[in-house]
Ligand binder design. Structure first.
Ligand SMILES: [Zn+2]
Ligand SMILES: [Zn+2]
Length: 77
């Protein structure tokens, strides 16, 4: 069963936080997404730094940095 709060930022899973990006389009979800690697549930706010790969594949921001180290957001660091 999914938790009612994001396990990354601890904010409640309100409807406004459950619209995720998938490439350039948005995907509306009824609940939090679960990371495929660490199995943590996260809201759309925590997903803003990366994209959903498919309808089911999803990485949290921590695992996304490991898998996608060169997304342009690491410039100058
Ligand atoms: Zn969050
Ligand atoms: Zn993860």
């Amino acid at each position: 069963m999914q938790p009612l709060t994001c396990q990354s930022c601890r904010r409640p899973a309100e409807a406004s936080r459950l619209t995720y990006r998938r490439g350039t389009e948005c995907v509306a979800r009824e609940g939090l997404l679960q990371c495929d690697l660490c199995e943590r549930f996260a809201c759309a706010d925590c997903l803003e730094v990366y994209d959903i790969f498919s309808g089911y594949d999803f990485l949290c921001h921590i695992c996304a940095q490991i898998f996608l180290p060169a997304r342009g957001s690491q410039r100058g660091h």
